[in-house]
Design a protein around this ligand. Sequence first.
Ligand code: ZN
Length: 459
Amino acid sequence: MKSSKSKADTVICNGLLVLENGTMEGALAIKDGKIAAITTHECAPEANRVIDARGMAVMPGLVDPHSHIWEPTHYPEREDYLTGSQAAAAGGITTMIEMPLSVPPVTNRDAFTYKEGIVEKKTVVDVAFWGALTEKSTGHYAELNECGCVAYKVFIPYASPDYPHTPDYALLKSMEEISQFNGLVGVHAENADIIHNKQKEFEAKGIFNGAAHEQARPEIAELEAISRVILFAEYTGCRLHICHLSTVKARTLIRQAKERGVDVTVETCPHYLVLDTGDLEKHGGFAKCNPPLRSPENREQLWAMLKAGEFDMIGTDHTPYTDNDRLKHGNNIWKMPPGIGGMDLMLPLMIDEGYHKRGIALEQLAQLMATQPAKRFGLPHKGTLKPGCDADITLVDLNQEWTYSWRNSFAKAKCTHSPFEGRKLKGKVMETLVRGATVYRNGEIRVNPGFGQLNKRHS
Ligand SMILES: [Zn+2]
């Protein structure tokens, strides 16, 4: 093994390697941007560079299935590909699967190519694109598949003037079209009519506080929409992904669909696992997201569901806003924009709350945040520490205690009113490698804008 012929570019030694089926103390060798070998310390090849990972977990770089960067956009102050990807790197995310809610949305080849041109100049981690599932995309899905989109996002409720919700018939037709190339449809599942009218009732009564947001989007709205899209998936044969599940009551629906053979996966987000309606009462619009934060009992039951292997993945749903985007609406919860994020928070939160406080194994966290999203979204060369895969790796000090502040984040919008501001965490990302190159280490970005690459659908 020690001949110059097999000399590696980099060897990461002395770390705890987080593999698909467990952990091992050992060494990982990198050559030409790929993982070349996983060995014991004694068998590690010579290398030009040695990274000493003593005391650290060596995890696959995270594949975030749900990032909103929103570039190009009407709101350049919120985020862009440089700041968003730098924050991703600081959070151990090596591939962002980015949502199509840019302006214009990714509804055809021109929109895809335009966005690709921006990404190639700015991102420091790798990226893949969601395509848009809207009425305007009809007839363009095969073209978007050729471009390399990995999935198609639909809003059953209203999203924004630039990204309207999709009525049922258009959704059914789109799923038929997308099933032709075995594509994947991801759904924001809430019943539009229920939440629209519930909100109007609260407004008419003059209720504007944070807690009302959860009551105005009751679980039945989420359950009905999930059951509808499961039926559509079953009818059309289209692969389905439920984005950001908030309610544990959907557990049976999803379990039964899987048992019947419906090809459906489900994602939740860190905020549903670590925040609840108490935070909505305390932080008002700064804890507003859709679907909403639920009760503390529901939050804990989501962990039970996760432990039982009933979530396929966890995504950030990073949705950045400036503080002023909300402050300008005073105390009117209905006018404030929805979304909680933190590209750099997902892994530390899951280490702290999942690994330390609830005993979730590191290999299960790696499955949820790297391996399974990579597989589901057609990026089989990502998300796992295996020879031949891209050397996308994050080094985590499991025991380092620190305090999160948006002021220290690479994220562009410093959301200092966020429920996560000042949160104490145990577990910190120390270094992130993308295709073998150190992109982030100890608070610094080590590559130039444009180092990251756009990845296209593999399968
Ligand atoms: Zn989202």
